[in-house]
Design a protein around this ligand. Structure first.
Ligand code: SF4
Ligand code: SF4
Ligand code: SF4
Length: 338
């Protein structure tokens, strides 16, 4: 009996020291010591998570230089697009050929359309710059049209620069009735390539319908011969491949139907032919701009703003100027020629 009383007294005396008081918060150490221990599986998961974070950081780190370089190039293309200066446009094209073409050799291709059809995309974390280029291409096409063709694509840049270097006496224009039908060839080629891929699941066909492999400098004899013929034809018919044969250009042309910010036109464009004659892509038919063919090369947009050449501005000047203004002679002669 005495033993039981002694035990009870001992418990009552030691209780406040053995348990924390109800209103006092537990210390961090106490909470940690109270937490149930992690199971082995949970420990493994935690370690996996940490090593996965490390791996992602390493993978991104490896791509940083490439991502920055590509972002810089895309910014240059956008600046040149908004600036509308000829020199900056040529600089962009040269960078496109050297950097995107020969250095990276990673252009958007019909193969990406095949991938889309199969819903088969490269792993995101290992291909950040590829996704950047694809997203840039689609977004800019929806916003402004085929800016990719006019500024980014290395092969398009190469043929456009060739066009500037070669004497214009080499060149001849296809008759309008041929040109207006030939532009649909690229859609037929796109349809045929897609059909071939859906039936065979063989994407190697791209090597015979796209010349982009040339930037890797590795091709079979047949591929080099075909490329030679293509470039030779381009000497005589400007932008031959882009205008008539490129399946990717056709696909971007289809997306261009969604373009939001289109090139503006004046009322005078209904009868004026200046921009139509200036367009090297056959993308202007009377007052209409064919968004599917236009590559946003700037040529007609520069004329649109040119107060010395565009009849819209000349007519405004005529209305505002006194009769003796010398520019009247020019305007009157333009009106007679229409
Ligand atoms: S039409 Fe084809 S080859 Fe020409 S610029 Fe566009 S994507 Fe490049
Ligand atoms: S020069 Fe002016 S009026 Fe003529 S088609 Fe071009 S934008 Fe229109
Ligand atoms: S001239 Fe005008 S319509 Fe023709 S491709 Fe260039 S931007 Fe497009």
């Amino acid at each position: 009996m005495n033993h039981k009383v002694a035990t009870l007294l001992f418990c009552l005396l030691t209780m406040p020291a053995a348990y924390p008081q109800a209103d006092a918060p537990a210390t961090e150490d106490e909470q940690r010591s109270e937490a149930p221990p992690l199971s082995l599986a949970e420990l493994d998961a935690l370690m996996d998570e940490e090593s996965e974070d490390d791996e992602i950081a390493a993978v991104i780190g490896e791509q940083v230089v490439d991502l920055l370089a590509l972002s810089a190039f895309l910014c240059l293309a956008l600046v040149s697009f908004f600036h509308k200066g000829t020199a900056l446009k040529y600089v962009t094209m040269i960078v496109s050929i050297l950097y995107l073409g020969f250095l990276r050799s990673n252009l958007v291709s019909v193969v990406n359309i095949f991938g889309l059809l199969e819903w088969n995309f490269p792993l995101f974390k290992y291909n950040l710059s590829w996704y950047l280029l694809i997203v840039f291409t689609v977004v800019t096409t929806v916003l402004w049209g085929r800016l990719y063709c006019g500024r980014i694509c290395s092969f398009g840049a190469l043929t456009q620069l060739l066009d500037r270097i070669l004497p214009s006496s080499f060149r001849f224009e296809l008759p309008t009735w041929v040109d207006s039908r030939a532009i649909y060839l690229k859609y037929a080629l796109l349809g045929a390539a897609v059909l071939y891929f859906l039936v065979t699941h063989d994407n190697r066909i791209y090597r015979y319908i796209e010349p982009f492999w040339m930037f890797t400098l590795s091709g079979t004899t047949l591929m080099w011969v075909l490329l030679g013929i293509l470039l030779l034809t381009t000497v005589f018919i400007r932008n031959f491949y882009c205008r008539y044969l490129c399946p990717l250009g056709a696909a971007l042309g289809l997306i261009s139907n969604l373009t939001v910010l289109r090139i503006k036109r004046w009322g005078e464009c209904d009868s004026c032919k200046i921009c139509e004659k200036a367009c090297e892509w056959g993308a202007i038919q009377g007052p209409r701009i064919l968004v599917t063919e236009c590559v946003r090369c700037d040529d007609c947009e520069k004329l649109y703003r040119d107060e010395k050449k565009c009849p819209h501005w000349l007519l405004i000047k005529k209305a505002a100027a006194p009769r003796e203004d010398p520019s009247l002679t020019q305007i009157e002669s333009m009106e007679v020629s229409r």
